[in-house]
Design a protein around this ligand. Structure first.
Ligand code: ADP
Ligand code: MG
Length: 680
C-alpha cells in the first residue's frame, strides 16, 4: 500500500499546479497533510438559550426581531448595524460589523437565526452568519461545520469539499499508528474514523472522542521520540568519570550558615550522582524564587572542584553576576577556591588578567554574563557548566558554553516554573530536579492590590517599614516617558518619592546606567545605606537583599504574571514578614485577573499554570523559541493529563516492549527514528 505521505494532493481532481501552490502555502502537500489539516473550530448551529450561553462563546440563537434596525457609519467602509431581538423571551441586541447590506432584511416580527460571539454582560451577540429564510435555517440547524484556517485564495467551503473527496479515495488507506493494546485500553477509535470525525462530526460527542484519540496519538508519538533519543544518548554520550571527596564535601555543607532543606539535600545528591557517573549530566533544576538555588550551585561547584575541574556559572545580568560572585566567594573561598568574575564591561587590564587565570587554571570558579562564551575565553579544564535563570538564554548560548569544555556536566537552573509535565516535554532529553520546599522560617508575602489613588497611604507604609529598619523596592515599568502608554517614569518617580519620604534615603537604578553606577547603587542598597530603591525591571531576576521586605510595583497590570512573580520574589527572603503592593488601575479584564491571581497565591507553579491558561502555551516564555513543541491538534495547556499518560505508556512500551506486537514495535520504531509522522 502506498504511504499517504508519499501521495501528492495533485492526484485529486481539481488540484492543478496553481491549487497545489496555494495548498502548499497552508503546509498541505501530501494526502496525509490534507487529511490531517484539522479545522480550528466548528460552527455550531445547535440552538441555545441565552441563559445557558457562556460569555465569549460562539453560539447560535433563533428569535424574533422586536425593534427597528439602526445603523452607523465610521468613514466610508466601516459600519455598525444593531437591532433588538427576542430569544426565548429574553431581549438581546444583535450587532453586525460591516454588513450594512443586511439592513433591508431585518423586518419587524420576522424570525432570524444568527451565529456569533456572545457577550453575556451586554446581552449582545456579534453577528457573523445570519439566516433569514426558513429553508436556510433548516439547512444549517443542528449542524457542525468545520472551519479551517485558510488564505485569501482558498475558500473554506472548497477545502471542505476537497477533504471530503480525499476521504472517498484514500480514507481506507489510513493506517493505524497506535498499538492495539493502547487503543483498547483507552477506548480510542480507529485512526481513520477519528480523522474523519474531526472533519465531519455528527455531534459534539463524535468530535470529543475523535479529538481524544488523535491527541493521545500525537502525544504518544512525541514522547516515544523523546524517550528514544534519550535512551540512545544514555549509551552514547561520554562524560567525566570522577572521584569526589565526600568527607570534604560534607564538611563544607555542614559549615554553611544554615542547614539545607531536605529538598535542597535531595537535589544535591542527585547532582553528585550525576557528577560521578560516567555519562554527561544534563539536568534542569527548577525551584521557585527564593527556594535557595544559589547554594545548590555553590555545592555543585565545590564538588566539581574537588574532582579537579573548573566550573562556570553563567547569569543573564551584570548585577546578578556581581551578586553571585560575592555569595560564592563567601561560601567557597575559605575552602581554597578562587572565584573570578567575567563580564562584558570590564577594564581591559583586569579582563586580560582574568582571562589568563581562566586559561591557566588558577581560577576555579568563573561567574559571568554571556561574556563567558566569547571566543577569547579559553578554559583550562572545564568540568561543570551552570546557567542561572536559564530561560533567559537561547539554546545556542547554552550550547556554546558547553562546548568550551570536553563533555562537561551541565546544570540549568530556573525559577520560571513550568508545570512539571510541560518541563518534561520541553526538556525531555534532560533530567529534572525540583526544589519544592522553602527554607524554614519564611513568612508568606502578604500581597495587596490597590488603586493609584491610595499612593499616599502606600508611601506612609513604606516610611513606617523603613523606620523599623527594613528596606523597600519600588518598581516602575519604563525608564522613559512613553506618550502612548503613559507609563510612570522612573526618574520622575524617584524625585517625587525622594521628597515624599525625606529624610529616608532613596536610590535609583535603571538599565541605562553604566555598570559601575549600577554596582555602586546596589552596593549601597545591600548595606542599607539606601533604604528605598526605585528601579525598572533590571532587578527582576535573581537579586537577593534579604533585609528588603516591601515590594511596591507601580502600574503592575502592565507586567505579565511570570514577571510579577519574579519581582515579588525579591522580598520574603528571610528578613521577616514581607509585603507586596500592586499599584494598578487596570483597564482590561486580563489585567484585573492578573492582579487577582497575584493576591490569591504565592505559589509559582500555580501562577505559571494560570499564566499558561490565560495566554496559551504559544506566548508562554515568549514565542516559539521557547522550544515548546507544537502539535496539529494537541494543546499542551488543555491536554497536560493526556501528555502525562502518554509519556508513561511510551516509556513502558519502549523499555519493556510489553503490550506491543513485534510488528507494531518495528513500525513504531520506524516512525520514531525517521521523524516521518503526523507531527512536524
Ligand atoms: P533563588 O532560588 O531564588 O535563587 P537564592 O539562592 O537567592 O534563591 O536564596 C534565597 C535566600 O535564601 C538567600 O538569602 C539564601 O541565603 C537563603 N537560603 C537558601 N537556602 C537556605 C536554607 N536552607 N535555609 C535558610 N536560608 C536559605
Ligand atoms: Mg537565583
Amino acid at each position: 500500500m502506498t504511504k499517504l505521505t508519499n501521495v501528492p494532493v495533485t492526484v485529486l481532481p481539481g488540484v492543478g499546479p496553481e491549487r497545489a501552490i496555494q495548498l502548499a502555502e497552508l503546509g498541505i502537500k501530501s494526502m496525509e497533510d490534507l487529511l490531517t489539516y484539522y479545522p480550528f473550530r466548528y460552527d455550531n448551529y445547535q440552538l441555545i438559550n441565552p441563559v445557558d450561553a457562556l460569555h465569549e462563546e460562539r453560539v447560535t440563537f433563533r428569535g424574533k426581531i422586536v425593534g427597528s434596525p439602526s445603523m452607523r457609519w465610521f468613514g466610508k467602509k466601516q459600519s455598525r448595524l444593531t437591532v433588538k431581538m427576542e430569544v426565548d423571551n429574553i431581549p438581546i441586541t444583535v450587532m453586525w460589523f460591516n454588513q450594512h447590506y443586511l439592513k433591508p432584511k431585518l423586518s419587524y416580527g420576522s424570525t432570524v437565526m444568527v451565529t456569533g460571539r456572545w457577550d453575556r454582560e451586554k446581552l449582545l451577540i456579534n453577528g457573523e452568519r445570519t439566516f433569514f429564510s426558513q429553508k436556510e435555517q433548516e439547512a444549517h440547524l443542528g449542524q457542525f461545520e468545520p472551519i479551517y484556517s485558510v488564505t485569501s485564495k482558498i475558500k473554506v467551503s472548497w477545502l471542505r469539499k476537497l477533504i471530503m473527496e480525499a476521504f472517498k479515495e484514500y480514507g481506507s488507506q489510513i493506517e493505524e499508528v497506535l498499538p492495539a493494546s493502547l487503543r483498547s485500553k483507552y477506548r480510542l477509535i480507529s485512526r481513520a474514523k477519528a480523522i474523519y470525525y474531526l472533519h465531519f462530526p455528527r455531534d459534539i460527542k463524535d468530535g470529543h472522542q475523535a479529538r481524544r484519540s488523535i491527541v493521545y496519538e500525537e502525544l504518544f508519538l512525541y514522547e516515544c521520540r523523546l524517550i528514544w533519543s534519550r535512551l540512545q544518548n544514555r549509551h552514547e554520550t561520554k562524560g567525566i568519570s570522577r572521584e569526589i571527596d565526600e568527607r570534604k564535601l560534607k564538611e563544607m555543607i555542614d559549615n554553611l550558615s544554615f542547614p539545607l532543606t531536605s529538598a535542597q539535600q535531595r537535589v544535591v545528591d542527585e547532582i553528585c550522582a550525576d557528577l560521578k557517573s560516567p555519562f554527561q549530566m544534563n539536568r534542569l533544576l527548577q525551584g521557585d524564587v527564593g527556594s535557595g538555588k544559589t547554594v545548590v550551585a555553590a555545592i555543585a561547584l565545590y564538588a566539581n572542584y574537588l574532582s579537579g575541574y573548573q566550573g562556570a556559572l553563567m547569569v543573564p545580568t551584570e548585577i546578578l553576576a556581581d551578586q553571585h560572585a560575592t555569595s560564592l566567594k563567601s561560601i567557597l573561598e575559605k575552602w581554597g577556591l578562587k572565584v573570578v568574575t567575567l563580564t562584558g564591561n570590564m577594564k581591559a587590564a583586569s579582563r586580560r588578567e582574568t582571562l589568563e587565570q581562566i586559561q591557566q587554571g588558577s581560577a576555579d570558579v568563573i561567574v559571568g554574563t554571556h561574556a563567558l562564551i566569547q571566543e577569547a575565553v579559553v578554559y583550562q579544564k572545564l568540568g561543570l557548566v551552570i546557567t542561572d535563570e536559564q530561560h533567559r538564554f537561547g539554546v545556542k548560548q547554552r550550547g556554546t558554553l558547553r562546548e568550551k569544555g570536553e563533555f562537561p556536566d551541565v546544570l540549568m537552573m530556573t525559577a520560571t516554573p513550568i508545570p512539571r509535565t510541560l518541563a518534561i516535554s520541553v526538556y525531555g532529553e534532560m533530567d529534572v530536579s525540583i526544589i519544592d520546599e522553602m527554607p524554614a522560617g519564611r513568612e508568606p508575602i502578604a500581597t495587596y492590590w490597590v488603586k493609584k489613588e491610595a499612593w499616599k497611604r502606600i508611601m506612609a507604609f513604606v516610611a513606617k517599614e523603613c523606620k523599623a529598619g527594613r528596606q523597600a523596592y519600588i518598581i516602575c515599568p519604563l525608564i522613559e516617558e512613553s506618550e502612548k502608554l503613559d507609563l510612570a517614569n522612573a526618574v520622575e518617580l524617584f524625585e517625587q518619592v525622594t521628597l515624599e519620604l525625606s529624610p529616608i534615603r532613596v536610590g535609583l537604578l535603571h538599565g541605562r546606567m553604566s555598570s559601575v553606577e549600577k554596582e555602586e547603587i546596589m552596593g549601597l542598597y545591600e548595606q542599607n545605606d539606601v533604604q528605598v530603591l526605585i528601579s525598572t525591571t533590571v532587578i527582576e531576576v535573581g537579586v537577593n537583599v534579604p533585609n528588603a521586605t516591601v515590594m511596591v510595583i507601580y502600574d503592575a497590570d502592565r507586567f505579565g504574571l511570570a514577571q510579577l512573580h519574579q519581582l515579588r520574589g525579591r522580598v520574603g527572603r528571610g528578613g521577616g514578614a514581607s509585603t507586596c503592593v500592586l499599584v494598578a488601575n487596570p483597564k482590561s479584564e486580563t489585567g484585573k485577573e492578573r492582579m487577582e491571581i497575584m493576591t490569591e497565591t504565592t505559589d509559582g507553579f500555580v501562577i505559571s499554570e494560570r499564566d499558561l491558561q490565560m495566554r496559551g502555551p504559544g506566548d508562554f516564555l515568549g514565542v516559539k523559541q521557547s522550544g515548546l513543541p507544537e502539535f496539529r491538534l494537541a494543546d499542551l495547556t488543555r491536554d497536560e493529563r493526556i501528555l502525562e499518560v502518554a509519556r508513561n505508556d511510551a516509556k513502558e512500551i519502549l523499555q519493556s516492549k510489553d503490550g506491543i506486537t513485534s510488528e507494531e514495535y518495528e513500525d513504531l520504531l520506524k516512525r520514531v527514528q525517521t521523524d516521518e509522522s503526523i507531527l512536524d
